[in-house]
Design a protein around this ligand. Structure first.
Ligand code: TYD
Ligand code: MG
Length: 459
């Protein structure tokens, strides 16, 4: 054994970029971030090495170079949780020994989701719920109220990660939930619980345990004001998957989205509704992102395709005379820079200027649309609001807008049109490249447009 001093060696690591130094500094010498350095343990098996603690052939320093083709592929064993919207986002189920971070605002339903997940796995994979926030009585009461079968589940009210690991060595659960990672602390560090270094060290120990034993670990993380989980970016690198649970204030719908996933695609969405009996799956979410308010100026419906399903989503724009020298451009659920670009294209190639106007764009239902297929409907909603004229009723649109004013096709055009037709839409404005070759679905009237001018002429 190497020397075992009583106090482990520590260093100061930047929570932003991961650079380390032996002394504390107010500003990170690498990335220039202020107040980002915090104490980390440097002994064996801790988070050393920039947090790449993914258990990559853990500690096989003596192994030689292997021809990649000769490496046997062991089928990762994946256990479907049985909540199909959650399984969809995970990529088909929970992989043994994987570590999944579930982030989201307080009160969004993370604890509820994970308790339901453990209960759904039931006896197929013995579950342990480690609660650092609520008492076990509260956890059990919630489980009973939701009508969950609690018999196969274990629970532990503990926040010291060493004591949690000690308990797990004996019990060997198939899956454990740590609610939340911010409450855990390691006695190897002197920093206060909840600090960046404690969160990171606790996570590193759980990751190592998961890789060594095959226990799957689900970590709950609170989202900070800036939108990152728990402050330390490094946490996102240490785990196998990062899922965000989001929803709009006042809406009962919740969307689960993978931000990173080593075992599946990252653009899948899982949709849930929060009810008095817990989270219920919404297997056919297509119509829930429509406001249902009918056609108003500034409203457009798009067919987006997040993951493997087409979704009808309403986008609303408000264009209003600005009192400011620098009018505001605000987006909710869309990228702000993309809006600035679209407005420039609209002026340059569509001849419509909005420099003296505030422009607000909102995606209904609190979901975030990342696809470029949203460009055309966003532009149409803006022009509709500017002219104070609603779009023709039962109209959908999709298409990417290029910098030279061309409307580019997007993948899966036919499937999007079919989805819109199923929901009773009668008119579609689509890129020329997405126009159906044969008859359009269910007698839909499809306008194929090539340039932004063509689309504006249709309004
Ligand atoms: P919770 O899972 O505790 O959120 P988180 O762990 O993300 O902080 O969920 C809390 C909210 O969900 C709370 O405001 C009440 C609501 N809720 C319901 O509406 N129905 C239910 O059955 C449960 C369990 C919670
Ligand atoms: Mg909670």
């Amino acid at each position: 054994m190497a020397k075992s001093s009583s106090r482990p060696k520590t260093a100061y690591v930047c929570g932003e970029c991961g650079a380390s130094s032996s002394k504390w500094q107010g500003q990170c010498g690498e990335c220039g971030a202020w107040n980002s350095m915090s104490e980390m343990v440097l002994d064996r098996g801790s988070a050393r090495g920039g947090g790449s603690g993914s258990g990559w052939a853990g500690g096989s320093a003596s192994a030689g170079i292997t021809p990649l083709a000769s490496v046997k592929q062991d089928e990762e064993s994946r256990v479907p949780i049985g909540i199909s919207e959650l399984d969809r986002v995970l990529g088909g189920g929970l992989v043994a020994g994987s570590v999944v971070l579930v982030g989201g605002d307080p009160g969004i339903g993370k604890s509820t989701l994970l308790l339901q997940a453990l209960a759904s796995l039931g006896a197929r994979l013995s579950g342990l719920y480690v609660s650092g926030e609520e008492s076990l009585a509260q956890v059990a009461a919630r489980g009973r109220r939701l009508g969950l079968d609690l018999d196969p589940l274990g629970a532990l009210a503990e926040t010291c990660v060493e004591r949690i690991l000690q308990q797990m060595q004996g019990a060997r659960p198939g899956v454990m939930v740590a609610d939340s990672i911010q409450t855990l602390w390691s006695d190897a560090l002197t920093a206060a619980p909840g600090s960046v270094s404690q969160v990171r060290e606790s996570a590193a120990r759980l990751v190592r345990f998961a890789k060594e034993t095959g226990t799957s670990v689900l970590l709950v993380g609170h989202v900070t004001k800036e939108g990152g989980i728990a402050g330390p970016r490094v946490l996102e690198h240490m785990v196998d998957a990062v899922l965000y649970f989001e929803g709009e204030v006042g809406s009962r719908f919740r969307v689960l989205r993978a931000f990173k996933n080593r075992f599946g695609a990252v653009n899948e969405l899982g949709v849930f509704a929060m009810t008095e009996r817990g989270l219920r799956e919404v297997p056919n979410p297509s119509a829930i992102f429509l406001s249902g308010a009918g056609q108003h100026p500034g409203s457009a419906v798009m067919v987006t395709r997040e993951g493997s399903r087409p979704l009808l989503v309403e986008v609303q724009a408000l264009v209003d005379q600005s009192p400011l020298a620098n009018p505001r451009r605000l987006t909710l659920g869309l990228e702000q820079n993309r809006l600035a670009m679209l407005l420039a294209v609209l002026h340059r190639h569509g001849g419509v200027g909005v420099f003296d106007q505030d422009v607000f764009v909102n995606v209904v239902g609190g979901i975030r649309v990342q696809e470029t297929a949203a460009d055309l409907p966003v532009l149409l909603s803006i022009v509709s609001s500017l002219r104070d004229r609603p779009m023709a009723s039962k109209t959908v649109a999709f298409g990417e807008v290029g910098l030279s004013g061309e409307i580019r096709p997007v993948p899966h055009g036919e499937e999007r049109l079919k989805e819109a037709a199923t929901h009773g839409f009668k008119v579609a404005i689509v890129p020329r490249g997405n126009a159906p070759k044969g008859a359009s679905p269910q007698g839909m009237q499809v306008h194929a447009v090539e340039r932004i001018e063509d689309a504006l002429a249709l309004l």
